[in-house]
Each structure stands twice: as C-alpha cells, then as structure tokens.
Design a protein around this ligand. Structure first.
Ligand code: CAA
Length: 258
C-alpha cells in the first residue's frame, strides 16, 4: 500500500460524498461542505496494515483477488490484531474459509461482500463459513445494519447469492451475442426495457470490469469444467487479452470518455 493509492482512495470517497451531498444539501451547500469535512475527518489511512489492525475491532480486506496474497495478509494480521478483532473479506468469488485458513481465529472470520457503486447499492452479503461463530455472524449483520445497508445471510459457496446468479446471466448474454442472436446494444436495451434492469448485461460487465468477470468465471470453470453455465467466452477472453477491461480502461464492449 502506497501513499498515492491512499490519496486516490480518499479522493474517491470525497467524490462519492459530493454526489450524495449535492442532492441532500441542495438548498444549503455550506452545510453540505461541513458534512463532507466531518465525514472525512473520521476516515484515517495508514500504509502500515499491522499497526492499523492493532487498533481495529473489524478488519475488512478488499485487496487483489489472489488467494495466496490474501492468505498471507490474514496470516500476518492475525499476529498483529487483538484477540477480539473480527476479520472479514470483501472477495467476490474466492472461498472465505480458505482465505482465512492461515489465521488462528477462524470463528471470528467471515465475509462482507459489498456491491458497486457501494454508496448506492443497499445490499451486503454476510458470509458465514462452517467455522464462523454465531456471535461473529451476528456482529457482522449488526455492522452492516449500522451502515444503513440491508444484509442477507450467505453460505461460503461460489459467488454467494448475487454473483452466482448475476455472472452466469452476464456470461449467457455474451454467448447469445457470440451465437449471432442479438447485438450488444439490443441485448442491453432488451434487458433494461423488458426486464427492468438498470443496466444491460454488457453495460454491467463493463462496469464490473471484464478482467473481474473473467477471473470469476475461470475460477468456477476450473472447479466444474463440465458445467455449461461456467463455460468461457472467446469474446471476453479476447477483450481482456487486448487490455479492454471496461469502464476503467475507457473501452470494453463500449467506448467511454477518458
Ligand atoms: N457514489 C455516489 N452516488 C452515486 C455513485 C457513486 N459512485 N454512482 C451513482 N450514484 C448515484 C447518482 O448520484 C444518482 O443519484 P440520484 O438518483 O439520487 O440523483 C444515482 O446514483 C443514479 O446515478 P446516475 O443518474 O448517474 O445513473 P443511473 O441512473 O444509470 O444509475 C447506477 C447508476 C446506480 C450505477 C445504476 O445504473 C445501477 O444500479 N446499476 C446496476 C449496478 C449493479 O448491478 N451493481 C452490482 C454490480 S456486481 C458487484 O458489484 C459485485 C461483484 O462482486 C462483481
């Protein structure tokens, strides 16, 4: 973790707050600015994860989706954090039980899976592994409620609830297009106007990140190679190989302003 990354993260939080404040304080922009300042004062950063964990009741990890790196981080934090500290991962598709297997507090570990854009999406998936204690599950549920979110309880199964349904749906949209059964634009329009989705599957894939989609589907297809809903897509693989990862690179299925 570098200072630059942390500065960028703080800017991101501030930009999101500005969007919210613009609406909620539209009549009184000065109070809105005060509100942003107050919130930002409560957020502190550190490039030293061990020191940060030493004074935390809850550690929520949201680093790169790599099992070994996550396991190493939790193994390290386990030595630095107090006994009572609860560990949670925001992974979208890796097994939580495996991620926290390097700790000696598996009863105090679980998953807290948020959705993009986090300030707008009300859901949090609270994941209990077979080792998560009822007290830990309860405290994770209470934490999400205190944030003003709505939690759902999930088992530690691939994709939990949302991604297990959403990713195969987005992959099937890709395959539908690859079979020549609909253009990208028409499939998106169809699902928005015919099924009431806020974004079509291609818009949503670009928003989530095509690399993330590929990572999730490759992981599942490795475990269940004969399951057709986990079958890879040539188009997705090609775009990722070309570095066209969606909104974040200004090009995926669609082109975006840089
Ligand atoms: N921070 C704060 N507010 C934000 C925001 C952000 N980052 N992004 C959007 N908003 C707010 C806007 O300010 C706006 O607020 P009002 O309606 O109160 O004015 C509202 O969201 C709508 O934004 P826009 O008008 O700009 O655009 P929109 O109507 O198209 O909505 C959207 C944008 C909320 C993203 C909507 O399209 C949507 O809900 N899309 C589906 C998102 C989704 O499915 N997310 C899950 C992805 S899967 C995932 O995250 C899991 C994983 O592990 C891969």
């Amino acid at each position: 973790m570098t200072d630059d990354v942390l500065k960028k993260a703080m800017k991101g939080i501030q930009a999101s707050l500005r969007r919210v404040v613009k609406k909620t304080f539209s009549e009184d922009p000065e109070s809105g600015d005060e509100f942003i300042q107050k919130v930002m004062q409560k957020v502190s950063t550190s490039t030293d994860p061990g020191a940060a964990a030493a004074s935390s009741d809850l550690v929520l990890e949201a680093i790169v989706e790599n099992m070994k790196i996550k396991q190493d981080l939790f193994g390290f934090l386990d030595k630095m954090a107090p006994e009572h500290t609860v560990f949670a991962s925001n992974t979208s598709s890796l097994p939580i039980g495996e991620i926290v297997s390097t700790t000696s507090r598996q009863d105090r570990c679980g998953g807290l899976h948020f959705f993009n854009p986090v300030p707008m999406m009300k859901l949090v998936e609270v994941v209990a592994t077979s080792s998560t204690s009822p007290e830990t599950a309860e405290s994770l549920l209470n934490f999400t409620k205190a944030l003003g979110k709505t939690p759902v309880c999930c088992k530690d199964t691939p994709g939990f609830i949302v991604n297990r349904l959403l990713v195969p749906y987005m992959m099937e949209a890709l395959r539908l297009h690859e079979r020549g059964h609909g253009s990208i634009e028409d499939i998106d329009t169809a699902m928005k106007l015919g099924a009431g989705y806020p974004m079509g599957p291609f818009e949503l894939s670009d928003y989530v990140g095509l690399d993330t989609m590929k990572f999730i589907i490759d992981g599942w297809s490795e475990k269940e190679p004969d399951n057709p809903i986990f079958a890879p897509s040539e188009l997705l693989n090609k775009l990722v190989a070309q570095g066209k990862l969606g909104k974040k690179t200004a090009e995926g299925f669609y082109k975006y302003k840089k």
